[in-house]
Ligand binder design. Structure first.
Ligand SMILES: CC(=O)SCCNC(=O)CCNC(=O)[C@H](O)C(C)(C)COP(=O)(O)OP(=O)(O)OC[C@H]1O[C@@H](n2cnc3c(N)ncnc32)[C@H](O)[C@@H]1OP(=O)(O)O
Length: 472
């Protein structure tokens, strides 16, 4: 079949996250099957678009009118096809979509280049993309979630807990489906809204870098998080880096397969070729991305970037209820490229006036356990600290302290709102309720000081990178 080249005027991210009309090819009537879950989710997610199931064996699928083939649907104007058919049926189905002038598709099926037998099949799909112009996300992927439009175009179990999608300015794009969903649920757990989530799988055509680049152009996206197994599209990464620099939006990259053994594991997961750890780190650094090496580091960094504050320098003032936590934070901050300098004496005097005589106003500031008796010390100390020009960022270090936690949370939220400087809270132990309350109020909050210091270190380093770009 000869097909005219498919084109669309709409940006790539609009086709995937705000499609106006979607066909689901291989849509099952059974909501428990992977190919039935997507229809079930869309039926329940307040999706703003229209859904058309394609199934040769049924007239209706989960109460929606179904058509036997894409070509049998008479009205056209389809933005996106979700292919839920097994791998062997994918080329035929894609060809049919391209013939129907559908500009983009998502391919769920596994059984492509991640297996030896599927390599040729993936090459066939690549050739088909090239020939027809249809854009393909996947194969071997679990699709996308667009919170604004209720586009639950996935079979992922991450939506089993509910279809209330939490919109927000963060875009997550991952080469692994599971990692996409882990990032999604961890970010939500930290009170952060994820407006856009995508899994690119084997990347026969659309890459994580290309899709995220398109998302960063949106005004409702302020930062991007990527999970990568391979840097298999250097040009797309370059383009993403340019978009990130032009828009001054941070892109946090979690790259796995850094070790030889890890790279071998990536090959059988998404069919990607790994690169050495040093080579990868160097490349990502040169491109100006925020590099992290664990899931929690990715979430921590996203938390501080989501607050949208930029430090003028790397001088951290730590206000602690524990001498030990202050000392540990000093080490952690140093490791993260920050300074915890002794405060000048004229500045120490107003702090000394607020804390017990056996406390310290040196920095880290030690309010001592007296804080438990009188938590108002914190608001008075923060008042001095947040105003002072020698402070570029602030860390409040608390632990347990549940009795007056509501008042303490209120104090911190007020102080946070009164300053434009980056400020984080480390609240170790306890029930976790104060951490949740602070995060809900938009205050980046951690349970481990080392994580907070590392995240602030990323924030400072990124601000320097951006300054260099602006000057150069
Ligand atoms: C990188 C990562 O970790 S992300 C995850 C990657 N992806 C995966 O893990 C997916 C793995 N699973 C697969 O690849 C599977 O083949 C899937 C999900 C694509 C499809 O599997 P199933 O849901 O079992 O499909 P199944 O063969 O039952 O067919 C589904 C429906 O399509 C219908 N159908 C069959 N042939 C066709 C056709 N040619 N066109 C349209 N519909 C068809 C069937 O009648 C069936 O409907 P019914 O259940 O109402 O009778």
């Amino acid at each position: 079949m000869n097909v005219a080249h498919v084109t669309s005027q709409r940006p790539l991210c609009d086709l995937y996250f705000s499609p106006r009309r979607v066909v689901v090819v291989g849509a099952s009537n059974d909501p428990r099957k992977l190919s039935g879950r997507v229809i079930d989710f869309l039926n329940r997610s307040a999706f703003t678009g229209e859904v058309i199931p394609i199934n040769p064996n049924r007239g209706t699928v989960q109460a929606l009118r179904a058509y036997p083939s894409v070509g049998a649907y008479p009205h056209g104007n389809i933005d996106l096809a979700v292919l839920a058919v097994p791998a062997a049926d994918v080329p035929g189905a894609l060809q049919e979509c391209a013939a129907a002038d559908i500009p983009a598709a998502i391919v769920f099926a596994s059984g492509f280049a991640e297996t030896e037998r599927g390599t040729q099949l993936q090459e066939k799909v690549a050739a088909l993309c090239h020939r027809t112009g249809i854009r393909v996300l996947g194969p071997n992927c679990l699709g996308v979630i667009g919170a604004k439009t209720g586009a639950a175009l996935t079979f992922s179990s991450v939506l089993d807990t509910g279809l209330e999608l939490h919109d927000g300015p963060i875009a997550v794009v991952a080469q692994s489906g599971a990692m996409a969903t882990y990032l999604y649920s961890l970010l939500l757990d930290h009170g952060l809204g994820v407006g856009y989530l995508a899994n690119t799988g084997n990347e026969v055509d659309v890459t994580a870098a290309e899709l995220l680049s398109s998302l960063l152009e949106r005004s409702d996206v302020s930062s991007g998080v990527m999970y990568l197994e391979a840097l298999n599209a250097p040009r797309a990464l370059q383009q993403l880096s340019q978009t990130s620099q032009r828009t001054t939006k941070p892109v946090i990259v979690l790259k796995s397969g850094r070790t030889e053994a890890g790279a071998a594991a990536a090959k059988v997961h998404t069919g990607s070729a790994g690169v050495s750890g040093t080579e990868t780190a160097g490349r990502l650094h040169d491109l100006g991305f925020v590099q992290v090496s664990t899931l929690s580091e990715a979430v921590d960094a996203t938390q501080v970037f989501a607050a949208g504050r930029t430090p003028d320098g790397n001088r951290l003032t730590a206000v602690s209820m524990s001498g030990g936590a202050g000392v540990l934070m000093t080490d952690d901050a140093h490791d993260a490229g920050l300074r915890v300098d002794e405060l000048p004496s004229e500045w120490r005097a107003p702090i000394t006036a607020e804390i017990p005589s056996y406390g310290s106003s040196r920095n880290p500031i030690d309010m001592t356990a007296e804080f438990i008796k009188d938590p108002t010390i914190l608001s008075r100390v923060l008042h001095v600290v947040t105003d002072h020009p020698d402070t570029d960022m602030i860390a409040v270090l608390l632990g347990n302290a549940e009795r007056d936690s509501t008042a303490i949370v209120d104090t911190i939220v007020t102080s946070y709102a009164a300053t434009s400087k980056p400020m984080v809270v480390v609240w170790t132990g306890g029930s976790g309720a104060p951490r949740k309350a602070l995060r809900r109020a938009g205050v980046p909050t951690f349970s481990d000081g080392a994580h907070a210091a590392r995240a602030l270190g990323h924030l400072f380093a990124f601000s320097r990178t951006r300054e260099r770009v602006a000057v150069g």
